[in-house]
Write a new protein. Sequence first.
Length: 263
Amino acid sequence: MKLIYATSGKLEGNCYPLKNGVTIGRAVDNDITINDSYVSKLHTTFFDHKGDLYIIDNNSHNGLFINNIRYRLKRLHPSDRVKIGKNVFIYFEGEEDIFQRKYNLFSYVDKDSVRVTLLKEAEQHEDYLQIFYRVLSPYLQFNDGEKFWKNLKNIVYRFNIENFLLAEIGKNNKLRRTDISTSFYDKIPEIDEKTLTLLDEGNIVTLYRSVKSLNLQEYLVMYPLKRKDKFFVWILGRFVQREIKKEELNQLYFTGLILSFLK
């Protein structure tokens, strides 16, 4: 099964199967219609060649971007991020296990010690500085908080963080969605008592699941924070084709650290 999942834009949260000849555009006669002025009437077409799926830009006004690079024609690979206008999709080749959200504990680390380490590294680490300025600077510049949170998704996606949400942990130890989330998390991961205890003790908890049909691993970093009498957790997700590297994990930690200043 070949499909794309909309992670931001007009169609956010929707999933579409793909086959030869499927079109995306603003016109209503497309297979996938996006009512967005940045999308051309017939923006892109998918076509199959010897079992591989390709996407072509039909001379659109604003272009076709895959993993932040503009293409006229591109063979798609699992986890490619396709940007059409202001709409972002993730391309998958798999079965329904991509939507099953059963996670195992991968690791946990003390938040305070990680914070000190990352802030020291950030002084000389360009990637961390980019994360800091691109996430925090717009927050400081926007007087309109609603406008900032609307743009936050596109900012976070630049760091290959496919999914994120801010959740509140209630008295019944259940995660409750806030208004800051991506629709990919239509089912919030359940947290057991052990995970809750680790978060309450000030640990950053990392969970993972294997998506066998995609040959991918999904990692969730749960970054806890408390505001007055309320307990929140930032949940940041990334897909990799192997066990996650320490550097990639640190980038997720650092993004969680920066986001913890914002709410």
